[in-house]
Ligand binder design. Structure first.
Ligand code: PRP
Length: 216
């Protein structure tokens, strides 16, 4: 039997906003993903399955062809690289901004700026492009704590409403990139399963446009 076409997704906000788009493309999981501890799900479309991964692992699975397609935040693609992947569609969901942030009245007496982030590659490139010498501190969450606890002078993080920064006395400083979820496709799968994949990309594209028109 032919291997199922596998689409990699992540739980949380991306999953919630992706399922209606997949539904319009004729793909719905046969059970409730959010309520299950399973990681692989058959779908209503014969020969298509969904796999649930950490966002940072989606580019890896798709690059190696363990998943044929994936839906992942642009932040992950910028941080972990998009080599070996096609990025045919901006799904325009989970939209937010990648920014530097910190205290507006920060007066560090350190000789070099300290920046805490889970996006250390993006952060390194950003400060290097400005000609600012900065030391990176890798964190895995709750970046806002780093300036509060004097672990770092600034952070590089996702900003949506800005509420988390405000609640911790900080503000967004510099815009680095607009972020949204992207559809990525393994390059070999694009050749070997071209008909199915391009039909899905087309249907998802129509669904994204329709959503855009509904929103105005
Ligand atoms: C993200 C980000 C901020 C927050 C920003 O965290 O790291 O903490 O959302 O949103 P806001 O501007 O609307 O306050 P998320 O909740 O995704 O959890 P994470 O720390 O696991 O990334």
């Amino acid at each position: 039997m032919k291997r199922p076409l596998t689409i990699a997704l992540t739980k949380g906000r991306i999953l919630k906003e992706t399922l209606p788009l997949l539904n319009e493309a004729g793909i719905a999981p046969l059970e409730d993903i959010a309520a299950s501890r399973k990681l692989l799900f058959d779908t209503t479309l014969d020969g298509v399955q969904l796999v649930i991964l950490r966002g940072s692992d989606v580019p890896t699975y798709v690059r190696h062809g363990a998943a044929d397609m994936g839906i992942v935040g642009k932040d992950m693609l910028l941080e972990f690289g998009a080599e070996g992947l096609y990025e045919p569609l901006d799904l325009k969901i989970a939209q937010c901004k990648l920014m530097t942030a910190g205290f507006l009245d920060s007066h560090s007496d350190r000789p070099r700026l300290r920046v805490a982030s889970k996006f250390v590659n993006i952060a390194r490139r950003h400060y290097a492009a400005k000609g600012v010498q900065a030391d990176m501190i890798k964190l895995y969450g709750a970046m806002e704590l780093a300036p509060l606890m004097d672990l770092a002078d600034e952070i590089v993080d996702i900003v949506d409403t800005g509420n988390t920064l405000r609640a911790n006395g900080m503000a967004p400083l510099e815009h680095i990139a607009d972020i949204s979820s992207r559809l990525v496709v393994n390059k070999a799968s694009m050749r070997t399963r071209h008909d199915l994949i391009s039909a899905l990309v087309q249907k998802l594209s129509v669904a994204v446009d329709r959503r855009g028109e509904e929103r105005g």
